[in-house]
Design a protein around this ligand. Structure first.
Ligand code: GRF
Length: 215
């Protein structure tokens, strides 16, 4: 059984996609042991509580220094003892202590095809605004391992989504969630749960990888 802790900051639709995948049996051998939010008002916490999943808030606002917050975040993870940490719309720069403690065991979903429209400052709607501003014809989503950089870790899965000329950032965001994010995040967790993912020289190798399943 792969125990996962899911870190969230907002609505939690990616968390819901993981929950629904577990409930439907598409995701086997996976258990969500804790949901952690930096935002006490995140609807994602309610989604977790509705399922009886342990849901906690660790907010930077509750600590006088960033170091104290970083330690509290690590303590909250360690308490839950996850095998894998899943960042699902977690708007916190992951501190060094957490990356060191969970190296190679933290994954993130980013709403673009890395290396496009990613890095510092590229989060939430901003990603889609920039893609439209640039006149891109395709975007999508990426699941990657997390390292010390922002969106720089080895790429696990990507799924493209075509951009329409009348797209707004909100419409594009929603379609990328529906057509890409909610599919590849549970898929990546499933591959890890079944030991099909290895990393060599900053490249992910997936046993039996078939790109056709992703277009
Ligand atoms: C998603 O678009 C995710 O890719 C990004 O933040 C958003 C979170 O959405 N990192 P939700 O909270 O899962 O609905």
């Amino acid at each position: 059984m792969l125990k996962i802790a899911v870190c969230v900051s907002g609505g939690g639709t990616n968390l819901q996609a993981i929950i629904d995948s577990i409930k439907s049996g598409r995701l086997e051998n996976v258990e969500i042991v804790r949901v952690i939010s930096n935002n006490p008002n995140a609807y994602a916490l309610e989604r977790a509580r509705n399922e009886g999943i342990d849901a906690v808030c660790v907010s930077p606002k509750s600590f006088s220094t960033r170091d104290e917050f970083n330690s509290a975040l690590l303590d909250s993870l360690n308490e839950a003892k996850p095998d894998l940490v899943v960042l699902a719309g977690f708007l916190v720069v992951i501190p060094k202590n957490v990356i060191e403690a969970y190296r190679g065991r933290i994954i993130n979903i980013h709403p673009s095809l890395i290396p496009s429209f990613c890095g510092t400052g590229y989060y939430g709607l901003k990603v889609h605004e920039k893609a439209l501003e640039r006149g891109a014809r395709v975007s999508g989503a990426t699941v990657h391992f997390v390292d010390e950089g922002t969106d720089t870790g080895p790429i696990i899965l990507q799924k493209p989504v075509m951009i329409r000329q009348d797209d707004t950032p909100e419409v594009l965001q929603r379609r990328i969630m529906e057509q890409a994010e909610w599919k590849i995040l549970p898929m990546a967790i499933d591959l890890i749960a079944n030991n099909k993912v290895t990393v060599k020289d900053h490249h992910v190798i997936i046993e039996g990888y078939d790109p056709e399943t992703l277009v």
